[in-house]
Design a protein. Structure first.
Length: 200
């Protein structure tokens, strides 16, 4: 079993058959970046990538397309494949029905209080009042819908993933607002990017 805390350097990636363009297009930003204590001052930054993430990408079709095409010549094929993946994920996100659990108001409030205690600590006191209650109810419902995040699997490039995350956020909060109209204002606030307390 792979140790998920093991990292691979850029040199290590190259020895596995990666080109710099493949790293940029398929992995994006490194998981850790910094100066190695063993390098002289002024040496370039060390970029490290989580081995589990590298292996996941290596199993993806984009990597195989690029590897088969061979290095720089494969970058165009990689970009085409990555764009195809991005479009497929966005189409799935648009078509996938978002099934919000329907609960009686009292049960939703009870679960939201328990959720607030779990994520905010027993002493969290920002849940008082209607806006605080709505915040934690929406927070609980969003946590109950985390399984939809799996639809983002396979998007490695940062730009495509950010676009897909925005679409998923709009779809999920839109579905919550439709199921619970009294939470629509809080859902709208989150769709605009202000998750705030209870938005974990």
């Amino acid at each position: 079993m792979t140790d998920r805390t093991v990292f691979v350097s850029l040199e290590g990636l190259r020895s596995r058959g990666w080109t710099d363009g493949m790293v940029r297009d398929l992995l994006g930003q490194p998981d850790i970046q910094g100066r190695s204590p063993r390098q002289a001052a002024g040496a370039s930054m060390v970029r490290l990538y989580l081995l589990a993430r590298v292996e996941a990408v290596e199993r993806a079709r984009e990597f195989r397309v690029c590897a088969r095409a061979g290095g720089a010549a494969g970058l165009t094929g990689t970009r085409v494949a990555a764009e195809g993946r991005r479009r497929a994920v966005l189409a799935t996100l648009r078509a996938e029905p978002i099934r919000v659990p329907i609960l009686p108001p009292a049960e939703l409030e009870r679960r939201a209080v328990r959720y607030r205690r779990e994520v905010g600590g027993a002493g969290a006191d920002d849940g008082a009042g209607p806006s605080g209650t709505a915040r934690w109810q929406v927070g609980y419902l969003r946590s109950a819908l985390r399984s939809y995040d799996r639809l983002l699997d396979g998007l490695f490039a940062t730009a495509g993933r950010a676009e897909a995350e925005r679409l998923l956020r709009r779809r999920v909060y839109g579905a919550i607002a439709q199921a619970y109209p009294w939470l629509a204002e809080e859902c709208r606030r989150r769709m605009e990017g202000g998750a705030g307390g209870g938005g974990r």
